[in-house]
Design a protein around this ligand. Structure first.
Ligand code: HEC
Ligand code: HEC
Length: 158
């Protein structure tokens, strides 16, 4: 982009910034910090490491990671996660092997090695930190809803 085309754009951005209300809008995640200012979020640094597998809330939910993963290298040459989670490594690691879906490419072909679309594990799997949720969450999984419905039906019969 040439400076000539950049200038009007900058002007537009400035006008935008000016038009933003400075107060009034409060977001639970940002606090009272104005939208145009960066926040200073608390650092995460104490991931849960209890090794207890967590229940999954729905079919095809990527399970959350029950151990720390900081410093695990994933790049073109090496994938630390697969060092333990690859099918061929689990006798040594006792980790849960990645499921067969991780070996299928996008056209449905089963590959002998992990599919590239499942290579970057932490696109889908995340470790958990023991923090207070920012907003209330009334999520119920399918089993909880079914149980509640059955209890309500029972109560209705009496
Ligand atoms: C040193 C071996 C090792 C490494 C490296 C490792 N894991 Fe694990 N992982 C385990 C073991 C063992 C378990 C079983 C629970 C436990 O002991 O923590 C596990 C459990 C899990 C689970 C839970 C599966 C379920 O069904 O609940 C996920 C998800 C997971 N790991 C993802 C990862 C990811 C992503 C990485 C890389 C960032 C990684 N792991 C690196 C050993 C490892
Ligand atoms: C695109 C999202 C995605 C990526 C990337 C991904 N996974 Fe998964 N993973 C899932 C989903 C969804 C499931 C649960 C359903 C299934 O098995 O496909 C799962 C299941 C698992 C399980 C549990 C298997 C079982 O039999 O219970 C492990 C362990 C796991 N993944 C590890 C990994 C590791 C290690 C990597 C990186 C090499 C990885 N995943 C990359 C989405 C992903």
């Amino acid at each position: 982009m040439t400076p000539r085309t950049l200038l009007p754009l900058l002007g537009l951005l400035a006008a935008f910034a000016w038009a933003q209300p400075s107060g009034g809008l409060v977001d639970a995640a940002r606090g009272p910090v104005p939208i145009l200012q960066p926040t200073d979020p608390p650092r995460l640094g104490n991931a849960i490491n209890d090794d207890v597998r967590r229940p999954r809330n729905y079919d095809m939910q990527p399970p959350t990671i029950p151990h720390r993963v900081d410093g695990y290298q994933i790049d073109r040459n090496f994938n630390k996660c697969l060092d333990c989670h690859a099918r061929t490594r689990t006798d040594f690691s006792q980790a849960i092997p990645v499921s067969p879906t991780h070996y299928i490419d996008r056209s449905g072909k089963v590959l002998p090695q992990i599919s590239t679309r499942r290579y970057f594990c932490m696109q889908c799997h995340v470790a958990q930190d023991a923090v207070q949720p920012l907003v209330g969450n009334g999520f119920e999984n399918a089993d909880q809803i079914a149980r509640r419905a059955a209890e309500a039906a029972q109560a209705g019969k009496k």
